[in-house]
Design a protein around this ligand. Sequence first.
Ligand code: UDP
Length: 235
Amino acid sequence: MNYKRILLKLSGESLQGTQKYGLSPEVLQSYAEQIRDVAASGVQIGIVIGGGNIFRGLTGAKRGFDRVKGDQMGMLATVINSLALQSALEDNGVRARVLTSIRMEPIGEYYSKARATEYLERGEVVIIGGGTSNPYFTTDSASALRGIEIEADVLLKGTRVDGVYTADPEKDPAAVKFDRIAFDEVYARHLKIMDLTAFTLCRENGLPIIVFDMDTPGNLGKVLAGEPIGTLVNN
Ligand code: UDP
């Protein structure tokens, strides 16, 4: 394995599978199996999950919710997803722990770098719920922040698309995929990989990003084994 410690970012939306809302047991099981297999190889795994399958602050604000409250609802949604993944992992024999960025014992212990690192070193999968705990941020920013804090070797962004393209491949059939791209080129080409807050955090702290398709079973293991799938973004 090329990496000792990773931060895996999963979108909330992907957890809904073919449903329009909520949690798909099939997707949870598929993710749990992939995570189980790489955890067994000794890689230390931190995970940040989004909440878009349940609630997004911005969508709420458009419907008249107060933005800050809407964002707090979104952050709570990430905790629901974190518990769902923890449960799926435990069902598959993986020791997993939820830490939360907002105090809410006994749902999870309060996140700190020291706690996260201690559990990672014990071989537990650590799921960090609650985003950054601040409104106006995203779970992409939370994953960048936690990835840097826990000194992950790489941020793995699992998506539906299999990498970074010259244009949106779902709209432009001529779009070409990058195997590797520099942070600066992503800015220059105005490519959208993450929101710029998250992206800039990674760039300024030298945390490489790999964008890959997590919905194809086995891909997580392949990325970690160094197989050329997805797109590597680095300096
Ligand atoms: N959120 C927030 N602060 C954070 C992380 C998330 O306010 O640090 C809120 C925000 O409202 C966001 C929602 O939680 O819309 C769900 O997170 P996100 O949209 O990143 O989830 P994803 O798109 O990955 O499912």
